[in-house]
Design a protein around this ligand. Structure first.
Ligand code: CTP
Ligand code: MG
Length: 583
């Protein structure tokens, strides 16, 4: 990765003259060593289901979930031969019923996601599918919706077996990202470009719902009528390509409808086993599902049961989709906070653009990590962005307490004694009159948190104002619903300090750029691109002490020093010269 970043730096003059570049830039990516021709499709975000930019009515979170879930139930996943005729493939599958849509993607092989118009088509397909004979090994028969397609005559490929177009499911490389940012026309444009490149695509969203639906089929072998729902960044509209897939095994629906329908003098209940506590029940359920995924789940590998965590979970990789999955149960409040974030993300187009940039900035500087530890999480960063936008004048986002006042009787929601009520109809929330640019907001975000009194204040999106910290953790961000919990309890003082230092440095870079920005040349990383470059904290301190150099000169010096030190140095293990674009 570091070598890539340096490669980009050396090639920078090529992306000069940003103001003269016409948009849109058509992006064609090739995927070396793979059979399929890969096309980066125009982003049609799966998370922008709210019509936030236009006047069309915005869908409720529950409506989106229902629609997607129902689509996923009519969908199958097929591992295909590397060379395949798309036409013949579709003709073959159409024998089982009409197909609504399909797409191909690559993940250690070629896969197709096919959505039928009717559920019955899947039964029809399953009825003509055989369990493979494995030679010396034994196959565990499992009638799932995950298939393997084989050509009957593989040694005789016909001319019709051509490459298919694949959708992309990973974020752009750091080199490509920086290049795109250099081409942008303004900092606002840069933030929107980054959002477009990183947000979940329609295909990626479909694959996430399908993966949950496949896991639900497995869990249903034990718990008939259970539901597996995605939550977290897969559905809250803040997910970056490559983010994990958080799943919630919902057992509450089981037997729900029969309770009220019983008539007469009797009440019928299921015979059940009792355990001493809700937590033990959760652990037992997840333990058995973990075993099941490990032993019988097609494509589920690396299953880990993490049952002693505050929120017990089963972690595994779903090989075919490439998703790292966290399966929890009894975690309904997290589902509610996903809905709340979805609403905030849909209220104003600046929210997601700013949050994505802050999340990428944090990742580029190793402030966040995919490994659990004392770092800030993406969830915390998103709440910080929301809080900051609530603090603008006039506010860009309403407080959670205000959203509660707009709620009607149907919105009322109490989970485990916590009041999770807020208005769910996006159309009844008035848009903000604030017209600040993204450029200003980005700069002000860094200034705000670069000077925030973290030692005494807590971040609280319920009230939209700082409050005295109730405990001594370095960073205190109140959980919006379980208000006694701090969602950033894990963050150490040194990680918080690193965040503050980098925020100050970034505010400084943007302020300097304001003064020195070249009028028509994009030969150096500027704006957001400059913020994603390796930290120059030390040189900033030095520059402040000696004399303030213009940002452009400072960055130029940095580029020179990186170039002259060669790529071996650039790949040093400290990770500081890497612009990481992973989630
Ligand atoms: N969550 C929470 N309290 C926490 C951590 C997580 O309530 N301390 C909930 C949030 O709803 C969060 C979800 O669990 O969105 C999933 O957590 P996580 O995967 O850590 O965050 P994501 O928002 O999914 O972000 P990422 O893209 O990093 O996965
Ligand atoms: Mg997540």
């Amino acid at each position: 990765m570091a070598a890539r970043a340096v490669g980009f730096l050396a090639a920078l003059p090529l992306c000069a003259q940003r103001s003269q570049v016409l948009r849109p830039i058509h992006r064609l990516f090739s995927c070396p060593g793979t059979a399929a021709e890969v096309k980066r499709e125009e982003r049609s975000s799966g998370s922008l289901e709210t019509g936030s930019e236009d006047k069309t009515p915005k869908k409720k979170f529950s409506e989106v979930q229902k629609e997607r879930r129902e689509q996923a139930q009519r969908t199958v996943l097929i591992h295909c031969p590397n060379k395949i005729s798309e036409k013949k493939f579709l003709k073959y599958l159409s024998q089982h019923g009409p197909i609504n849509n399909h797409f191909f993607y690559e993940s250690f092989g070629l896969y197709a996601v096919v959505e039928f118009r009717q559920k019955e088509s899947i039964t029809s397909l399953q009825n003509v599918t055989r369990t493979p004979s494995m030679g010396t090994e034994a196959a565990i028969p499992f009638k799932s919706r995950f298939f393997n397609l084989k050509t009957k005559n593989p040694s005789n490929p016909t001319s019709e077996q051509s490459s298919v177009q694949c959708s992309i499911h990973s974020p752009p490389s750091s080199k490509k990202l920086l290049e795109l940012l250099c081409y942008a026309e303004s900092i606002d444009d840069q933030l929107n470009t980054l959002l477009k490149e990183f947000e979940l695509t329609e295909e990626n969203t479909k694959l996430r719902y399908l993966t949950c639906s496949l896991i639900e089929d497995i869990a249903a072998a034990y718990f008939l009528d259970c539901t597996v729902r995605p939550f977290g960044s897969s559905v809250n509209s803040f997910g970056k390509l490559g983010c994990d897939l958080d799943m919630f095994l919902d057992l509450d629906e089981i037997g729900k409808f029969s309770t009220n329908k019983t008539s007469g003098n009797f009440l019928m209940e299921f015979q059940v086993k009792n355990v001493p506590s809700e937590r033990i029940a959760t652990q037992k359920i997840l333990s058995v599902i973990g075993e099941c995924l490990d032993n019988f789940g097609p494509g589920c590998v690396g299953v880990q049961k993490i049952l002693n965590a505050r929120c017990p979970l089963v972690r595994f990789s779903h090989q075919a989709s490439g998703f790292q999955c966290d399966l929890t149960t009894n975690n309904r409040i997290a589902l509610k906070s996903s809905e709340l974030l979805y609403i905030y993300g849909a209220l104003d187009s600046r929210v997601r653009a700013l949050a994505f940039s802050i999340r990428c900035w944090a990742r580029a500087h190793s402030l966040t990590s995919s490994i659990p530890g004392s770092w800030i999480t993406n969830f915390s960063l998103t709440l910080m962005v929301i809080f900051f936008l609530q603090r603008r004048s006039p506010p860009i986002l309403p407080t959670l307490d205000y959203l509660k006042t707009l709620a009607d009787a149907e919105d009322k929601c109490i989970i485990e004694g916590h009041n999770c009520t807020f208005v769910r109809d996006l159309n009844s929330i008035k848009p903000s009159g604030n017209t600040e640019t993204l450029e200003l907001l980005l700069k002000e975000f860094f200034e705000y948190f670069g000077n925030f009194a973290f030692n005494k204040n807590s971040i609280n999106i319920r009230q939209g104002r700082e409050q005295n910290k109730p405990e001594s953790s370095p960073l205190h961000i109140q959980n919006p619903f379980e208000t006694s919990l701090n969602i950033s309890k894990n963050v150490s003082q040194s990680q918080l300090q690193k965040f503050v230092d980098l925020a100050r440095e970034s505010a400084w870079i943007l302020n300097q750029e304001d003064k020195d920005r070249p009028s028509s040349s994009g030969s150096q990383p500027w704006g957001l691109a400059a913020l994603l470059l390796p930290s120059v904290m030390n040189s900033v301190c030095l520059a402040k002490k000696v004399r303030k150099k213009p940002a452009s000169e400072r960055i130029k010096n940095l580029l020179e020093s990186i170039k002259s030190s060669g790529s071996e140095n650039a790949t040093s293990t400290d990770g500081k010269r890497t612009v990481s674009t992973q989630a």
